[in-house]
Design a protein around this ligand. Structure first.
Ligand SMILES: [Zn+2]
Length: 393
């Protein structure tokens, strides 16, 4: 009887060992599957959308050419040069400073793929903060990619973060100290390119990116620099142009010419006391005249509803419609939304009118750029009609 009991106990022990082993294998397999799926999704963020330089691009380089310690890093962002080979000044256009503001990035891509310079030069950096395109902002629950329909199929683009990826700059200090002013901002702003100008050659990652851009503007003798942004609809500085003191006259003429086309563009002087902004610092550190343009981005603000790739592209959101009814927004908003084509169109026509105003005042140094998609055409055909088709390699 005792022997029978002990053999039963042994059998029960072996059974429970086996069941523990099976449970362990199942749990580990599930963990491995989840890790593989999320790891693949995480790695997907590291790949960048392909751009197709158009007939106007005469050479390409990268920010590492302006600051060697950026070479091979996420900050070594492509720089597209369109040189007419004919006399005229140089304009620099920056897109993708904040990587959750897609119309600035797409407008810069549209320039690279369409513009042809017939006098002077245009230099375009579509991803000023390339690191910001490799991740999304935690807790914001938005997609890491969106798609635009072109004539030959859909093209995907990264939707990133306002800040550089912590993988490239870590840890954040409690308080950001702007170099060289010593201005204090919250710690995570230390990864914000548009708080880090003029930058520092041996500083943290984003200070080095800012320094490379400042050096580019200086070395290439840019007469004009335009930084393309978007803002949430509940933010007061929206559908607007910030101009440095020396760019004011051009800004006012551009604003007037835009209003004659029924395109309202607010204008504001660059704040002298808020340091680190591109238009504030590049105008101080170099001879360039600076502009920063903002369009209304419904996929960015706090009142927005569910943030899908469709919201990024069609800009339609019932939560913003409600907010507009209660007069809580700084722009008009209804069921037609704020589509990306409208926002990119505004950036492109803004650049065109800044160039027209500059050329009117400086005919001997004019920068003539052909092929920039026209505002009305972008609205009627969609910006995708002006982007390279992925089916044509
Ligand atoms: Zn911005």
């Amino acid at each position: 009887m005792q022997e029978k009991n002990s053999s039963e106990t042994m059998r029960n022990g072996a059974d429970s060992k086996r069941s523990r082993l099976v449970k362990t294998i199942v749990v580990f397999s599930l963990v491995a599957i989840v890790a593989a799926i999320s790891g693949a999704d995480f790695l997907k963020n590291r790949s960048q959308a392909k751009l197709y330089p158009g007939p106007g691009v005469t050479s390409t380089t990268s920010l590492g050419a302006y600051l060697p310690n950026l070479k091979g890093t996420a900050g070594d962002s492509p720089v597209y040069i369109m040189d007419s080979g004919k006399p005229g000044e140089t304009i620099v256009v920056l897109g993708g400073t904040h990587c959750d503001e897609p119309s600035g990035y797409i407008a810069a891509v549209a320039l690279v793929e369409n513009a042809v310079v017939s006098s002077g030069r245009m230099i375009v950096v579509p991803q000023a903060d390339r690191s910001g395109f490799t991740h999304t902002t935690p807790l914001e629950a938005y997609p890491s990619r969106f798609e635009i329909e072109t004539k030959g199929g859909k093209r995907w683009f990264c939707f990133g973060s306002r800040l550089a990826n912590p993988i490239d700059q870590w840890p954040d200090p409690d308080i950001m100290l702007h170099y060289p002013s010593g201005q204090k901002l919250s710690g995570d702003e230390t990864r914000n390119l548009n708080r880090s100008y003029p930058g520092k050659p041996d500083g943290v990652f984003i200070e080095r990116v800012a320094y490379a851009i400042t050096t580019l503007v200086k070395k290439e003798h840019a007469a004009l620099t335009i930084d393309l942004h978007e803002a949430p609809l509940e933010y007061f500085f929206i559908d607007a142009l910030a101009v440095s003191e020396k760019a004011r006259e051009i800004g006012v003429i551009a604003q007037l010419n835009l209003s004659m086309q029924d395109i309202e563009m607010g204008i504001e002087a660059s704040p002298q006391n808020l340091r680190g902004l591109s238009h504030r610092e590049l105008a101080s550190a170099t001879p360039t005249m600076t502009f920063l343009m903002e369009t209304a981005n419904p996929s960015q603000g706090r009142f927005r509803g569910r943030t899908t790739a469709d919201l990024v592209v069609d800009g339609k959101d019932v939560c913003y419609e409600t907010a507009a009814k209660y007069k809580r927004l700084f722009v008009k908003f209804d069921s037609s939304g704020k589509p990306i084509s409208l926002r990119v169109g505004r950036h492109l026509v803004g650049i065109t009118e800044i160039l027209n105003a500059y050329n009117e005042l400086n005919p001997d140094k004019a920068i003539y750029v052909d092929g920039i998609p026209a505002y009305e055409e972008v609205l009627s055909e969609g910006i995708g009609s002006f982007l390279h088709s992925p089916s044509v390699e």
